[in-house]
Design a protein. Sequence first.
Length: 226
Amino acid sequence: MGTFYGKVVKRLLDVAGSGLLLVALSPALAVLALLVAMRLGRPVFFRQQRPGRDGKVFGICKFRTMTEERNAAGEPLPDADRLTEFGAFLRRTSLDELPELVNILKGDMSFVGPRPLLVKYLPLYSPEQARRHAVRPGLTGWAQVNGRNAVAWEQKFQYDVWYVDHLSFGLDMKILGRTVKTVIGKKDVSQAGSVTTEEFLGNAKRPEQVRRDISVGAADTVGRDV
């Protein structure tokens, strides 16, 4: 985090990479936007406030994956009822995340870092878990290539903090490589029995604590180029 890579090079790579990808993928992004409008309606984009580096809030942008169907009381239907087959496809392939390239270009996010979660989770973190906000949130991260949405919250936060403490060019390249494999394999998109990730309720309300040495599986990353 405090290295020259973390302070300077990582941001330069983010700007160059996101800029090039936005230009190269612009035709595909236009087609996806059209398909979302046709299949799911407008607005095409899902926008939401998320906390970034140091907890600073920014507006994340994704392609929407759910309809806006509501019940008689005007309340949104359950996620499972609003997630269409097309929306599920966007999630499985992570195509819904592509608009976040704009967030990376603007400096809200990085290609690699802890995923940006909900603002309401900020007061629920332990001091150790809150350290995940010491770096910019990422399009992908160490937790995403070690279970994605199929692992418990406490385990995810351990992965996130581990990444903050071991940030390096080699680790970022390894995460990006594993991300490609994860997306191609369409693994762990959601938790078992749910189309989305369960809500984080805070540490005091979750007595079951996942205790696992996350250095296992990371040992081949530390101390050498990856």
